[in-house]
Design a binder for this molecule. Structure first.
Ligand SMILES: Cc1cc2nc3c(=O)[nH]c(=O)nc-3n(C[C@H](O)[C@H](O)[C@H](O)COP(=O)(O)OP(=O)(O)OC[C@H]3O[C@@H](n4cnc5c(N)ncnc54)[C@H](O)[C@@H]3O)c2cc1C
Length: 498
């Protein structure tokens, strides 16, 4: 039993969104919190890269979806996102590029979106209304009832509304077949299937429950936090520090002292410190397989080999000494066959023959991220995990991508670059101890949803819980923030503080 003045020392491993969130909730729950981060910067995959020439790149996330999840976090601490950063609604939200002169710009306004659909396929505006009505239900149930559950037992899901709604939630139908019932046009189908890629899997392997992502994207809007995702990281760090959280950067955790099924000490490269509870918000596989000795692991190596990982990525951070007229903030290149690229990511892992890619140009919205008259360009090509990514291969793909990008933009870009850096599989491994060099964690397939994900609780150590994109609820910034809260609540319960 905890007495009101009892102090509990807790440790959080990793200062990505999950770790930041967990640290803030633990501190709010009255714990002393130390966060150990391997890298020099806070933010994990959402760190920023600032160059001497005046560019600021978000190294990872660029799509700010589900603003309500961010607001819920800030509200738990008495704030609003607007207390820390300005949010801009993007309009168009994004452009889908099917060919040089074949594009679809997704408007922020719903009435314009319905007109756009009707112009592409007769009757599809009504179909979209019905589709979004269903997706709104899934979003409401998903965000209010499902994602905040720790997923430790089926009993958690025995809620009347959940049980009644199970059929409507379409957990056992694929997103792809669900979409195909509503839309015939292949471009509209691609547009509706694209959010599944955020979940790290193909639409045919993703439960139709996740049409809630279509609702998130099309109805709740695509936003941009001015200053980039780094502004969100700074805001969460500020809240944590106000509550007394201490950050130890460049201090990787390398093991534990465990006694009577409890972690007693956390070992870092520089110290051994006693703790009453630990949240591991570094990549789950790394903690399970490399920080714990075999008798304390939740899973064996065979289990991990069988997991379907979300893709890795080949990324280029580019600074260009001119403005590029045709680029929008978010540009999705769907000018090659999606199924071939997907097969080369998931089924037959190899460097893609004809890759799809995504270009983000934050300088279209934010003049802080590039010098005046310049563009800040982030290019991402999804890639199978575990591939060899030597310099020659990266360069080969740089040229393939740039040929298509320059052709689409109708102007040269390569000759105007004053900054270029690539980032790929081995960098993810090296920087984040990422399993297979994954970029987004574990794919949200049916067999890897809710209680079927790696467990939030260590089954052999009572005071160790996991957070982050390999456990519940899944990949992406909003789920990482939620997962930090859920894990913190489990530890607070264990410590008798909740
Ligand atoms: C290129 C890219 C694009 C993305 N785009 C989007 C997007 O547009 N929108 C969106 O919502 N999501 C996006 N995501 C996904 C999102 O960024 C992640 O799901 C989320 O940031 C994961 O947060 P996390 O806290 O679980 O993990 P991480 O951010 O990886 O944090 C884990 C931290 O643990 C640290 N660590 C590892 N080992 C140790 C150790 N031994 N000791 C101490 N610390 C350790 C790591 O250095 C890291 O800082 C993207 C991800 C990537 C990579």
């Amino acid at each position: 039993m905890t007495t009101p003045d009892q102090i509990h020392n807790t440790a959080v491993i990793g200062a990505g969104f999950a770790g930041l969130s967990a640290a803030a909730y633990l501190a709010k729950g009255g714990c002393k919190v130390d966060v150990f981060e391997k890298n020099a910067d806070i933010g994990g995959r959402a760190r920023q890269l600032t160059t001497p020439g005046g560019y600021t790149f978000d190294m990872g996330p660029s799509w700010y979806w589900m603003p309500d999840v961010f607001e819920n976090f800030f509200a738990d601490f008495g704030y609003k996102a607007a207390d820390f950063y300005e949010l801009k609604l993007l309009d168009p939200e994004y452009v889908m590029i099917f060919g040089k002169d074949e594009t679809i710009e997704i408007p922020a306004s719903m009435s314009e979106l319905f007109t756009l659909f009707e112009g592409i396929e007769k009757g599809s505006s009504e179909a979209l209304k019905q589709f979004l009505k269903e997706a709104a239900y899934k979003y409401r149930i998903g965000i209010n009832k499902l994602v905040y559950k720790p997923g430790l037992s089926l009993r958690e899901f025995a809620d009347v509304e959940l049980v009644k709604g199970m059929f409507r939630l379409q957990v056992f139908t694929s997103l792809s077949s669900h979409i195909r019932k509503y839309f015939k046009d292949e471009k509209l189908r691609a547009l509706m299937e694209f959010p599944a890629l955020f979940l790290g899997a193909m639409a045919e392997d993703t439960p139709a429950l996740y049409s809630l992502m279509n609702y998130a994207g099309l109805k709740l809007g695509t936003w941009y936090p001015v200053g980039g995702f780094g502004a969100v990281v700074d805001a969460m760090k500020k809240i944590a520090e106000q509550l007394g959280v201490k950050f130890y950067t460049e201090e990787p955790v390398n093991g534990f002292r465990i006694k009577n099924a409890k972690i007693k000490n956390v070992y870092s490269d520089y110290q051994s410190k006693a703790f009453d509870g630990v949240i591991a918000a570094a990549d789950y596989h790394h903690v399970d397989q490399h920080l714990l000795s075999p008798e304390y692991r939740n899973y064996g190596s065979r289990y991990w080999k069988k997991r379907v990982m979300a893709p890795s990525a080949l990324i280029f951070y580019l600074g260009a000494k001119k403005k590029i007229k045709k680029l929008r903030h978010h540009n999705l290149f769907f000018d090659e066959d999606l199924s071939t690229h997907a097969r080369e990511i998931y089924k037959d892992p190899q460097w893609p023959t004809k890759p799809l890619f995504y270009v983000c140009c934050t300088s279209k919205t934010d003049d802080q991220v590039a010098p005046a008259g310049h563009e800040n360009i982030f290019i991402l090509m999804p890639l199978a995990v575990g591939l060899n990514d030597d310099e020659d291969t990266r360069e080969k793909y740089f040229d393939i991508i740039m040929d298509r990008l320059e052709n689409y933009c109708g102007e040269g870009i390569r000759g105007y670059l004053d900054y270029k850096r690539s980032y790929c599989v081995s960098d993810f491994r090296q920087d984040y101890n990422s399993f297979g060099g994954n970029a987004y964690g574990l794919a949200n397939t049916l067999r890897q949803t809710a209680i079927l994900k790696p467990s939030l609780a260590n089954k052999k150590i009572k005071n160790l819980f996991y957070a982050g994109h390999l456990t519940v609820p899944g990949p992406g910034v909003p789920p990482a923030i939620i997962s930090g809260k859920v894990a913190a609540n489990q530890l607070l319960k264990y410590l008798g503080r909740l």
